[in-house]
Design a protein. Structure first.
Length: 204
């Protein structure tokens, strides 16, 4: 099992090629997980409240480059771009003697809107043949300092709860029941190397 930075997870989605998993929740962070490595590879900081939905953009994903969007309780729609080279390499877990592999226990206190402590323990034992035992495995929590941090590209502020990518547009839904269709951001990189944030709303 994997845990968020703090609080519970609200939304999860897979990349079109099945290599990455996105999660969002009560920690205000979008997390990128590697399925093959079974580990957290990046955190995406840009929301200031719970993340309610995350989706990959299948028309902007290839073997090395990916785009996805996220919406949250903070009324933000954020677009994110990342490449395989931007993601940090997972640190090897500490291997102890007598055939057991254990992650370090971590205690962390939040000083923002939520104050709490997080502890995570993970122990995987092997039998004589090297097989892994134990069905319930809790993976150790990765600190912010050891994980890549990705910045967002924000295109608008609305009380959003859902999004969907179309070939020529982005659709969002508000908590008041309205659905908006947006032109895609213009494909051009600015000084910071990210895509332009120009977008227009077509329909309400």
């Amino acid at each position: 099992a994997f845990t968020s930075y703090y609080g519970g997870l609200i939304t999860v989605t897979w990349s079109p090629d099945g290599r990455y998993i996105l999660t969002g929740g009560q920690d205000d962070i979008v997390s990128i997980w590697s399925f093959a490595d079974a580990t957290l590879v990046a955190r995406c900081q840009g929301h200031s409240s719970w993340v309610t939905d995350v989706k990959f953009d299948p028309w902007r994903c290839d073997e090395r480059n990916y785009r996805f969007g996220s919406v949250g309780e903070d009324c933000k729609l954020l677009l994110w771009d990342f490449s395989v080279g931007m993601l940090g390499r997972p640190r090897a877990m500490s291997i102890k003697h007598r055939g057991s592999m254990t992650s370090n226990a971590i205690t962390r206190k939040e000083t923002n809107s939520t104050v709490g402590r997080i502890r995570s323990h993970s122990t995987i034992s092997e039998d004589g043949d090297g097989a892994v035992n134990g069905a319930d495995v809790v993976h150790g929590f990765r600190t912010k300092a050891s994980t890549a941090i990705l910045p967002p590209v924000m295109i608008d502020n609305h009380p959003l709860s859902w999004l969907e990518f179309q070939e020529d547009s982005i659709m969002t839904a508000c908590k008041d029941g309205h659905i908006h269709t947006w032109d895609r951001p213009k494909e051009g990189t600015g000084e910071n190397g990210h895509y332009s944030n120009d977008a227009e709303k077509n329909a309400t």
